[in-house]
Design a protein around this ligand. Structure first.
Ligand code: PLP
Length: 378
């Protein structure tokens, strides 16, 4: 992914911004809204004792309170909320706090490509489990991936890259599998739900509350995607109320310092207080998705309709996906190869690019699909 990012920068520097259609990175639809910029300015203008200094590691108490109230989960108080530098940091913090060196962490293919590195960072092993044929959870594959060393399972819903949104029956069945495994693992398995796209779920799909089904659960969230603030690094880890004990709170404080982040950026935390509403209008995303799916299918790509997140997840039309991706890149269209998500047969296309850019890109894709002697589709 990062190689594609660097390649995009090189091509833009050489040929100009307009000469490259970058569909590789997960960029949100728009620049931050004016309300977000106003809130940021208001936060940066605040004065007060140690306003810009060190603070409690887990975040400003009033911001933690606001997040807790926003979540609307019964019994969930500010002790459940830890402000972090994005959802990535929230996942790493959870791993650092709850998983030991030598433990195993199960994830579902296709997975966010940083998970193996997050696990390596804390001395744990990432163990991928295959999905079902329709891209959902394969409970048998998950059960087979669990071992006595399994300490956590990381679940990303909506999923980057597939767009799959875990439904009620899948979540309930997963909770049951984890429950059954507890005696084998010597204790309950932690469910880390990466919900960085939780506000980007498209009807009729809807979010299921994992807290209601598995008490040993933490949620990793951020404002990177829905508020367009990925570079500003603000998110949070939310603990199930049953996990929000003073002992775990102290452990998390130590982990924040041990990781070296110390706390989430002060001004970004305060910005959240100045922003009255944190909702996102999903309609423009649905329109963009539907348009992108239609263009991609017309270009000859084989793909489903994503229920959430920002991506099309298509089977590569060539046997050699990397060759296809590189050939596209030479025509200045960047997409992400599936190998980065543990599924080399596929490729990921971010659908948030402007419509006309996406159409241009799909015309080039179409030319490659139909002209390629190596096409797996003949
Ligand atoms: C599934 C998933 N988790 C975590 C992240 C990282 O999010 P953040 O920028 O909030 O750290 C991303 C970013 O693309 C993602 O797709």
């Amino acid at each position: 992914m990062r190689r594609m990012f660097a390649q995009g920068q090189r091509l833009r520097a050489e040929f100009g911004d307009d000469a490259v259609v970058d569909l590789a990175l997960g960029q949100p639809l728009d620049e931050p809204l004016p309300e977000v910029r106003d809130a940021l300015l208001a936060a940066a203008s605040e004065r007060g004792r140690a306003r810009f200094g060190y603070m409690p590691n887990l975040g400003f108490p009033e911001v933690r309170e606001r997040v807790a109230a926003h979540m609307g989960v019964e019994g969930l108080e500010r002790e459940s909320i830890i402000l972090t530098g994005g959802a990535g940091a929230a996942v790493v913090l959870a791993l650092r706090a709850f998983v030991d060196v030598g433990d195993e962490v199960v994830g579902i293919t296709p997975y966010f490509g940083e998970y193996p590195a997050y696990c390596n960072t804390i001395g744990a092993t990432f163990v991928p489990a295959a999905p079902s044929d329709d891209g959902g959870l394969d409970l048998e594959a998950i059960a087979a991936a669990l071992t006595p060393r399994t300490r956590a399972l990381v679940l990303n819903t909506p999923c980057n890259p597939s767009g799959h949104v875990v439904d009620e029956s899948e979540m309930a069945a997963l909770a049951e599998v984890l429950e059954e495994h507890a005696p084998v693992a010597g204790g309950p398995v932690l469910l880390i739900v990466d919900e960085v796209y939780h506000r980007l779920v498209y009807p009729p799909a809807r979010r299921v509350d994992p807290f209601a089904l598995h008490p040993r659960t933490v949620l990793a969230r951020s404002f990177s995607k829905d508020l367009g603030l990925a570079g500003e690094r603000i998110g949070y880890l939310a603990l199930h109320p049953a996990l929000a004990t003073p002992e775990i709170g102290r452990a998390l404080e130590v982990c924040m310092r041990a990781i070296g982040f110390v706390n989430a950026p002060a001004t970004m935390q305060r910005m959240l207080l100045h922003l009255p509403v944190w909702q996102v209008d999903t309609l423009p995303y649905v329109e963009r998705r539907d348009h992108a799916v239609a263009c991609a299918r017309e270009a000859g790509l084989d793909l489903g309709v994503p229920d959430g997140a920002l991506y099309l997840w298509a089977r590569s039309p060539w046997d050699d996906t990397l060759d296809f991706v590189q050939t596209l890149a030479r025509r200045r269209v960047l997409v992400a190869p599936g190998v980065g998500f543990g599924m080399p047969s596929h490729l990921r296309i971010c659908f948030t690019a402007p419509r006309e850019r996406l159409e241009e890109a799909m015309e080039i894709v179409s030319g490659l699909v139909s002209s390629a002697p190596r096409s797996a589709l003949g």
